[in-house]
Design a binder for this molecule. Structure first.
Ligand SMILES: *Cc1c(COP(=O)(O)O)cnc(C)c1O
Length: 299
């Protein structure tokens, strides 16, 4: 069995004062608590990949990510936990002196980091490039950027097991959309799934993902970029995160979940939901990404 024996996810109510009775219920599924390092949706996307590696006697995993990537950090921790070697193909020519906290963490967990030019990194989804890398690094199991493969979607599907019936909407942040697809294809009972993309024009994912989604399912992706784009933040977002923590005791991450909740609050205030709606937001983790703003946060 491939299990992380830490904590199980749980559902935590958001204080009614926060959503001012605009909907019947608002709660958060805390996937961020499953493991301090293999956190949130990343564990669910990795677990079937790891199971596959162990069953097929792979001794290493190779994957891709940027210098702040939650997926890279989670893969490094997961590989270490299951005694697999890991290789991270990192976008950008970083050197020891300018490694980000994420990359330092990956390295300390035993991940071999390989820095490639932005140009080479663009080949990250290219089958021929995968083949080259497999030869170069002694036949690792290759997981695409963001864990966005069938095994990733299968693992993400198991998140549905933590979503009780009775909710009208499930809200979650999207990057590659792997988690969203896994959930959308498995959710029952007419629950609508709302994806919040933390970059401008995140709606492009609607086209990219539509081929992976079973027809007739009710989902929609909106852009929740509150500032210029992916990974960007401003003081308003930071104070929103601090307020949210103080009123709900839930730490949000600056890249994904804070933008989702900020945008959701605007939607609530704009009357986008009906008073009988019950919304379950998914906390997809990613708190390691707060390292770069730690000095501004009260948590
Ligand atoms: C990676 C990540 C996402 C995006 O997940 P996808 O499956 O790629 O859509 C969302 N939230 C957090 C906190 C993440 O770290």
């Amino acid at each position: 069995m491939v299990t992380i024996p830490d904590r199980l996810p749980f559902i935590q109510s958001i204080r009614p004062s926060w959503y001012q009775y605009k909907v019947a219920e608002l709660a958060m599924l805390r996937l961020d608590v499953v493991h301090p390092e293999i956190s949130g949706n990343k564990w669910y996307k990795l677990k079937e990949n790891v199971r596959h590696c162990l069953a097929n006697n792979y001794n290493s995993i190779l994957t891709f990510g940027g210098a702040y990537s939650n997926h890279l950090a989670a893969t490094a921790a997961c590989a270490e936990y299951f005694n697999l070697n890991s290789i991270g193909i990192v976008k950008g020519k970083y050197v020891s002196e300018n490694l980000t906290p994420t990359l330092l963490k990956c390295r300390s967990l035993g991940m071999q980091l390989e820095f490639v030019s932005n140009e080479e990194y663009r080949k990250k989804a290219d089958e021929l490039y995968f083949k080259e890398l497999k030869e170069k690094y002694n036949n690792p199991f290759v997981i695409p950027e963001g864990g966005s493969n069938d095994l990733g979607r299968q693992g993400a599907a198991s998140i549905v097991g933590y979503i009780p019936s009775g909710y009208t909407h499930v809200a979650l942040s999207v990057g590659t959309g792997t988690t969203l697809v896994g959930i959308v294809n498995n959710i029952q009972g007419g629950i609508k799934v709302l994806g919040y993309a933390p970059m401008k024009g995140g709606g492009y994912l609607n086209d990219e993902l539509s081929g992976l989604i079973s027809s007739g399912i009710n989902y929609r992706i909106v852009s929740s970029a509150q500032t210029a784009g992916f990974g960007k933040w401003n003081d308003e977002l930071i104070s929103f995160m601090n307020d949210f923590y103080m009123s709900n005791n839930i730490p949000l991450d600056v890249v994904y979940t804070a933008k989702m909740m900020y945008f959701l609050k605007e939607q609530l205030e704009d009357g986008m939901f009906s008073g009988s709606d019950k919304i379950l937001c998914i906390h997809t983790g990613g708190l390691q990404g707060n390292n770069s703003v730690a000095h501004k946060l009260v948590y």
